[in-house]
Write a protein that binds this ligand. Structure first.
Ligand code: NDP
Length: 441
């Protein structure tokens, strides 16, 4: 039955490889749910869940500093609003296409449900490549992008945030254009804003910090903690940097991280102040960090070659494959927490699970970012602004709640320790209950 359903989804969404992968991972986990409640299949509930409520594709023309015109493609997939307005980030990266945005929006629906907050799932972005572009070019692109997108947004409708290639600079330009076009100071329409103008403390840190809290909770179930453990992280962007920062606060040593050109290793620990300066402020390459810090730079290598107890993939989808997983297991990894969305391939997950490595899937482990975005919306709605400490304490509570929910759900369905099943089933149960209650829409 599940296979037939999956075949129909393949047929309706040809060529969308990442979307197929994300859907199959969820469907595969739901077998025990359908066995107990076969009526869910009769009601086409799953088919409705796999079909976005709305998909928007638009042209984004912009001109570069020399006056040359470029045309990119913009996307916003409003996936599911059963639990609240669509919520999910915008990704600017040349690899972006509809299938990637759909996989991200699908995952986001379950992730947002797991936070326990009233937010539905959506995702958007563009195949625009921000690398090497001046601030003025980025601004013109963001203004053009928002000039079309604004009509689909609103604090009760759809609230984007950042993702790969979209940080506080881009959110600033997008918010400025939204405000200019609509003549409304509607803070709740975008999250990840600057703290001066409606942003939340701890939003920048939230995904990485939350990931490490989730990973620490997994370790705790085996009487372990992060103290003294070596941590290897992929990526060196927003999620990766703050994951390393929180890991260090909890006594671990982040010894390696990467970007798309290679990785750095530093046994004494990555110098996070320097890394922030190079990657977040100067937007330079990781080799530049290695030159200044004296760390070893491995051009084009796989960061998973570096032995560690904890591995945190924080770059992009399908970046940790079967061979990487075998290598990690051989080198004694104890826990893998996904900071990125779907960074581990299905065969990579199997290797880790078969070796009894603790594995935290992205839709649970990286939910701290969107949860803190929802806290930003709460602050905007009440015209309030909370301290860093208060916001971080809420984030920690939410991550512990998500961990507990995934853990107990997996046990309830006879899959103890299987956080993939726990996250997929718990997220599905929440969205499904709201969809059934709201009738056939
Ligand atoms: P950033 O743009 O800040 O950083 C991305 C990092 O990943 C960079 O180091 C980048 O290297 C690397 N990277 C991106 N694409 C590739 C690729 N195709 N191959 C190799 N390396 C790559 O993004 P974020 O840190 O915000 O996002 C990272 C991941 O976390 C994404 O999967 C995102 O969906 C997920 N996520 C982010 C959240 C957030 O709050 N920002 C929330 C939840 C999940 P380079 O600079 O060389 O391209």
């Amino acid at each position: 039955m599940i296979e037939k359903l999956y075949d129909r989804i393949l047929h309706r969404n040809p060529g969308e490889r990442e979307f197929h992968q994300a859907v199959w991972e969820v469907l595969e986990s739901l077998g025990p749910v359908f066995a107990r409640r076969p009526e869910l299949l009769d009601e086409s509930l799953v088919e409705r869940l796999c079909e976005p409520e709305r998909q928007i594709i638009f042209r984004v023309p912009w001109s570069d500093d020399s006056g040359r015109t470029h045309v990119n493609r913009g996307f916003r997939v409003e996936f599911n609003s059963a639990l609240g307005p669509y919520k999910g980030g915008l990704r600017f990266h040349p690899s972006v296409n509809l299938g990637i945005i759909k996989f991200l929006g699908f995952e986001q629906t379950f992730k947002n449900a797991l936070t326990g907050m009233p937010i539905g799932g959506g995702k958007g972005g563009s195949d625009f490549d921000p690398k090497g572009r001046s601030d003025a070019e980025i601004m013109r692109f963001c203004q053009s992008f928002m000039t079309e997108l604004y009509r689909h947004l609103g604090e009760y409708t759809d609230i984007p945030a950042g993702d790969i290639g979209v940080g506080s600079r881009e959110i600033g330009y997008l918010f400025g254009q939204y405000r200019r076009i609509t003549n409304r100071w509607e803070a709740g329409v975008l999250t990840g804003k600057g703290v001066l103008w409606g942003g939340s403390q701890a939003r920048a840190e939230a995904t990485g910090y939350g990931l490490v809290v989730f990973t620490a909770e997994m370790l705790k179930t085996r009487g372990e903690d992060l103290d003294g453990k070596r941590v290897v992280v992929s990526g060196s962007g927003n999620v990766a940097i703050y994951a390393m920062e929180k890991a260090r606060q909890l006594g671990a040593t982040p010894i390696a991280c990467s970007d798309s050109s290679g990785y750095v290793v530093e046994e004494k620990g990555i110098d996070l102040d320097l890394l922030k300066q190079v990657k977040l402020t100067e937007r330079a390459r990781l080799s530049e960090y290695a030159e200044r810090s004296g760390a070893r730079f491995v051009s084009g290598g796989r960061v998973w070659e570096v032995p560690c107890e904890v591995a945190l993939p924080c770059a992009t989808q399908n970046e940790l494959d079967e061979d990487d997983a075998v290598r990690l297991v051989r080198n004694g990894v104890q826990a893998v927490g996904e900071g990125a969305n779907m960074p581990t391939t299905p065969s990579g997950i199997k290797v880790l699970r078969d070796a009894d490595v603790l594995f935290g899937p992205g839709k649970a482990a990286n939910a701290g970012g969107v949860a803190t975005s929802a806290l930003e919306m709460q602050q905007n709605a009440s015209r309030d602004s909370w301290s860093f400490e208060h916001t971080e304490a809420r984030l920690t509570e939410i991550m512990q709640h998500i961990h507990g929910l995934c853990h107990t759900t997996a046990e309830r369905y006879g899959r103890p320790g299987d956080y993939v099943a726990g996250a997929n089933i718990a997220g599905f149960e929440l969205v499904e209950e709201a969809m059934v209650a709201q009738g056939l829409i």
